[in-house]
Design a binder for this molecule. Structure first.
Ligand code: HEM
Length: 398
């Protein structure tokens, strides 16, 4: 529990919980809203109640544009650009956001993702076969959790998987809080330049980048720079999040053997199990950052235009008013109200893909490695201090 009763300002982001890193910190702002101090010295509002998190995320009074006054910065940027980088629609508001998102929505609809399932299964089985052929022990992150979503997003976008070391290393640098701002920007620019080149070389393939180049850039609906920016967002979001979810979900199941056994016996309950794992782990632990662009009341507090807000998804997903005993993993709970994918207009575009990957990866893992176990003491596992929570390595045996 984070103590918010003293006179000292609560510091944010919270570090992983000592002794119980899998479940996020409970925040005890009595009213579900309070103020925190960020590493940049900035003071921001933190909302942790399910109701308030929804309120913030669905309101146009809170901007996603990090160049707006008061936007909560966890890491200081050397200088702010005039607006969000081209194509980076996760950081745009209103019509700019809607225009770019609309062009990508059809690519990530459930129906479209269903056509990808055979490829996802083939990728998952291939990674597990390679692990079994090499024999135990193995690092589940390196051998399974990271390559599977990376291969799938590469296939979808038309990015050569042979370049995975290049973009995986740079996206890890970009997202780690310990990276100095200049180095984080340099890492981002390197992936961007790489994608920029790739986008310009496209000539009529079936992948998403080629199709958008032919159907949207050629018609003037999107610029080349926007396509490269959107590809960067999809490439990083498409492998970092799901990879950490696969790793931590496996760990959570290994630590709850009765529930893991039940899941093996009833594989048809995997879709529900995935929702509970998303809620329980809430890997976007730093929450979602917004800047107020109009005075708004949340939970009896007036948040003024120009003040920063953090909508703590892990707080919402562990709110006792919505989820009984939220710190317990209960795969039968039916966690349909969780906000692990956010809420409102920016709600995760890739969620059908993430769900399919998690469902298939965990099903095949449990089926094909029936003796799966941790190869180290859980206390030895090191966690990432980054925008997305995860384990660096997960040594397993079977
Ligand atoms: C378990 C895995 C995932 C989690 C937990 C997750 C979580 C999130 C969250 C919380 C947001 C909201 C951000 C905000 O409101 O500021 C988001 C947005 C987004 N996600 Fe995911 N995500 C996952 C997987 C993916 C995948 C696989 C892709 C792409 C292939 C993806 C692409 C995106 C994009 C493009 C956005 C921005 C949407 C917009 O601004 O309209 N995500 N994600």
């Amino acid at each position: 529990m984070i103590d918010t009763s003293g006179t000292n300002m609560v510091r944010f982001p919270f570090r992983p919980r000592h002794g119980d890193p899998l479940t996020p910190h409970a925040v005890s702002f009595p009213d579900g809203i309070g103020q925190v101090e960020l590493p940049t010295g900035q003071i921001a509002w933190l909302v942790s109640r399910h109701e308030y998190v929804r309120q913030v995320l669905r309101s146009p009074d809170f901007s996603s544009d990090f160049t707006k006054p008061g936007f909560p910065m966890i890491r200081a940027l050397p200088q702010l650009p005039d607006g969000p980088p081209p194509g980076m629609f996760i950081r745009m508001d209103g019509l700019d956001h809607a225009r770019l998102r609309r062009m990508l929505v059809p690519e990530f609809m459930i129906r479209q993702i269903r056509t990808l399932e055979p490829l996802i299964r083939e990728t998952v089985v291939g990674a597990l076969d390679a692990m079994r052929a090499a024999g135990p022990p193995a690092d589940l992150v390196e051998s399974f959790a990271l390559p599977v979503p990376s291969m799938v997003i590469c296939h979808l976008l038309g990015v050569p998987y042979s370049d995975h070391t290049f973009f995986q290393e740079r996206s890890r640098i970009m997202l780690a809080w310990s990276t100095p701002p200049q180095a984080a920007l340099a890492a981002r620019d390197e992936i961007r330049d790489y994608l920029d080149k790739l986008v310009r070389q496209r000539d009529g393939g079936e992948d998403l980048i080629s199709r958008l180049a032919a159907e949207r850039v050629a018609t003037g609906e999107m610029t080349m720079e926007e396509l490269a920016g959107a590809a960067l967002l999809l490439l990083v979001a498409g492998h970092e999040t799901t990879s950490n979810m696969i790793g931590l979900s496996t760990l959570a199941l290994l630590q709850n053997p009765r529930q893991m056994r039940r899941l093996r016996e009833q594989p048809e309950s995997m879709a529900d199990a995935v929702e509970e794992l998303l809620r329980y782990l809430s890997i976007v632990r730093t929450g979602l950052t917004r800047a107020a662009v109009a005075d708004t009341e949340i939970g009896g507090q007036v948040i003024k235009a120009g003040e920063g807000v953090i909508a703590l998804l892990s707080g919402a997903n562990h709110d006792t008013a919505v989820f009984a005993d939220p710190g317990d993993l209960d795969l039968t709970r039916g966690s349909h109200q969780h906000m692990a994918f956010g809420f409102g207009v920016h709600q995760c575009l890739g969620q059908p893909l993430a769900r399919a990957e998690l469902r298939i990866a965990l099903t095949e893992l449990l089926t094909r490695l029936p003796g799966l176990a941790l190869a180290v003491d859980p206390a030895e596992i090191e966690y990432r201090d980054a925008l997305i929570f995860g384990a660096h390595r997960l040594p397993v045996t079977w």
